[in-house]
Design a protein around this ligand. Structure first.
Ligand SMILES: NC(=O)c1ccc[n+]([C@@H]2O[C@H](COP(=O)([O-])OP(=O)(O)OC[C@H]3O[C@@H](n4cnc5c(N)ncnc54)[C@H](O)[C@@H]3O)[C@@H](O)[C@H]2O)c1
Ligand SMILES: [Zn+2]
Length: 364
């Protein structure tokens, strides 16, 4: 097991990463649980696979948890699911000393964080992320969210957990498309923040795709270190943390233009990274050679580098409606030489259109 930390003064917390950790979750949670109730929030697929082991470990430690099972995927991040969980907590007698434990992917994590930050004006939170994306990204940094029917992640808070427990062995049951989704974010970290990680991904791609223990642990730990460092520098997302948007300005627009059906988040971000790499080339901070390495790595992970059936006009229209546009200027987190990046304002619409043409097959 490796122990990492997110350094945020008196709200600092540990991140435990290793194989088989969920069987010892009672012990880990015991360290941060006072006398209150533990509330485990999960979704049906994870309940079937792992809840019994988690419950067993908690009961062994003398903790009898309240269990709340919410609908899977984005349906977990609804006001209805939120109200349901709060109802279970009330029934179960959870008080201000309760501890919310999220057991699942980023969707359960975002809901659980929001529950913990608002139930009785705030109770403790522990994340037990079970997807690669949640282990490398969403469990670190304290963003919580619910979706509004008209806007994803519109309702949310910043609320840090007391502990994160990432059991890398549970990733073996993930559908391959979910593994790819997480890897897309890891490629992002390497490209914009850590050349060593990028090169590790290039040299160990086969082992990573095969979910070899050593390789996966390295990927998760390095990603946690990178995201923690960025969050420690800019918890409120006003500066450095914006670098983590690399691939996301175009990626979000591709997701939206395809009606959230054509491309998964990770796939859209992969295409977005190539498009934003092209913008960075035009701006003069990224080279053709680096772009080829980025494309090559994405393709090895089975991620797309082009989108089909979307028009430049639609995608750019969505980008301009995005919150990152100020007075017609679009802000992008762009890569410099691999392992570095900067946030740059671009006001040349034609430059952005040219880059989009490089990744959209339908070019009207
Ligand atoms: N808070 C943040 O900083 C942050 C960052 C990135 C993404 N997010 C959010 O995270 C969400 C996406 O998270 P996600 O990609 O983890 O999706 P998810 O939570 O929907 O999980 C994906 C699927 O995998 C299943 N699953 C989870 N663990 C499993 C396991 N070990 N074995 C088998 N199946 C398993 C889930 O039931 C689900 O069907 C989005 O809503 C996004 O907005 C939040
Ligand atoms: Zn993302």
């Amino acid at each position: 097991m490796r122990t990492l930390s997110v350094n945020l003064g008196n709200r600092s917390y540990l991140v435990l990463v290793g194989r088989g950790l969920i069987d010892g979750i009672g012990e880990a949670i015991g360290q941060v649980l006072g006398r209150g109730k533990a509330v485990v929030i999960t979704v049906p697929p994870v309940e079937r696979l792992y809840l019994e082991r988690v419950r067993h470990s908690l009961v062994d430690r003398g903790v009898d948890p309240i269990i709340a099972v919410v609908p899977d995927g984005e349906e977990a991040k609804t006001v209805a699911a939120y109200t349901g969980v709060v109802g279970r907590m009330l029934e179960g007698g959870a008080g201000r000393d309760a501890l919310v434990v999220s057991l699942g992917g980023g969707c359960v994590g975002d809901l659980s964080g929001f529950v913990a930050s608002t139930y009785m004006r705030g109770v403790g939170l522990v994340h037990v992320p079970t997807t690669l994306l949640a282990q490398v990204d969403s469990s670190i940094g304290g963003k919580t969210a619910l979706n509004h029917p008209n806007a994803k992640n519109l309702i949310g808070t910043f609320y840090q957990p007391k502990l994160v427990v990432s059991d890398t062995s549970v990733l073996r049951t993930l559908p391959p498309k979910e593994v790819k989704c997480g890897l897309s974010e890891v490629v992002k970290y390497g490209t914009i923040l850590d050349r060593g990680l990028f090169e590790f991904l290039e040299s160990s791609a086969a082992g990573i795709l095969d979910l070899q223990d050593g390789e996966v642990e390295t990927v998760v730990c390095r990603s946690v270190e990178i995201k923690s460092k960025v969050v420690a520098e800019d918890e409120g997302d006003h500066g450095t943390r914006m670098l983590l948007n690399f691939g996301h300005t175009v990626g979000h627009a591709i997701e939206a233009a395809s009606g959230y059906r054509g491309y998964s988040h990770g796939e859209a971000v992969a295409i977005g990274m190539v498009a934003e790499g092209l913008i960075a080339m035009e701006v003069g901070i990224f080279s053709e050679g680096w772009l080829e390495r980025l494309r090559g790595l994405l393709l090895r992970f089975g991620l797309p580098t082009k989108a089909e059936g979307l028009s430049v006009r639609d995608v750019i229209g969505i980008m301009r409606a995005d919150k990152k546009v100020e007075g017609g200027e679009m802000r992008f987190a762009l890569p410099g030489p691999i392992g570095s990046g900067e946030v740059i304002k671009v006001n040349d619409r034609r430059l952005v259109e040219r880059a989009l043409r490089g990744v959209l097959e339908d070019q009207q």
